[in-house]
Design a binder for this molecule. Sequence first.
Ligand code: TXD
Length: 321
Amino acid sequence: MSKKISLIGAGQIGGTLAHLIALKGLADDIVLFDLAVGLAKGKALDIAQSSGVSGFNTNLKGTNNYKDIKDSDVIIITAGVPRKPGMTRDDLLGTNLKIIKQVAEGIKSNASEAFVICITNPLDIIVMALQKYSGLPTQKVVGMAGILDSSRFKYFLSQKLGKPITEISSLVLGGHGDTMVPLPNHTIIDGKSLASILEEKKISDNDLKSIIQRTRKGGAEIVKLLEKGSAFYAPAASGVEMAESYLKNQKKTLPCAAYLNGEYGVKNLYAGVPVIIGEKGVEKVIELKLNKIEKDNFDVSIKAVKELFESAIKIDSSLSK
Ligand code: TXD
């Protein structure tokens, strides 16, 4: 059964997504959609022309016509504007909310059966608005952020401890913003809990605090260095992991912005939690046992997401329904 992935947004992340998906042979057909149709067509052609070197047989098409996303199995959305130095993710709300409404219409009319992964910032709000505007089932609409944030946290730990990142497992929960919640008590390094490594003084409490802070500011650090645009390699790799778990029914447990209907004491809101992604989409929300500090930090993060969603409702009151 041939697989089709459509990428709405052919910018930095969209182009990287297309290349990674082609290299992994994850789809038979990739559609790059962008208002800047030349960008979409140019990147599709350029990646297609690399197939003779990299040996993939994926069909790539660039377009600005939503009819071309028909029958997509997966849609990954990066349409929107990225941050400039000094901007917060929240500063993108007004512009990207308007864009996601257009994108939602395009998906609703042409590919309402797809599994939709949203990457556009401010992520938790945009993915919730996308689900409301599109009317797709909450199980089939999910946001990418936690995998990226967890990978940044693991990377900083691996650099500090001199351990391979592949030997580190961890999770970051909550909103994709400055209140995100890395979970030291759910972090295993080389088979040892982070708590025991702290006891062995291989890393100090202050080191850990700095790593958590650097994780929260991970996006801004790259925006400052790039001066134009924001991170795109790690975000794209994170989106591909979600798409692969769906297409191959891998049922991986991944930290994603998912719809909560009472889990973690939260109702009718998208936020970063561990979920199982399989052929049905978000198949289950995993409720971790959080200690008091983790739960308090998670609640602070949820409050920040709720407050930003209130700002979204002020822009478009239809989102309050
Ligand atoms: O972890 C995460 N979720 C974040 C998300 C990690 C990094 C970046 N994050 C956000 O992804 C970022 O703040 C932006 O909101 C999106 C996309 O970032 P990218 O770096 O790919 O931005 P680009 O290169 O500007 O690409 C955006 C493309 C660009 O080519 C526009 O022409 C296109 O979006 N665009 C549209 N396409 C379709 N339809 C509409 N309306 C539209 N408007 C802009």
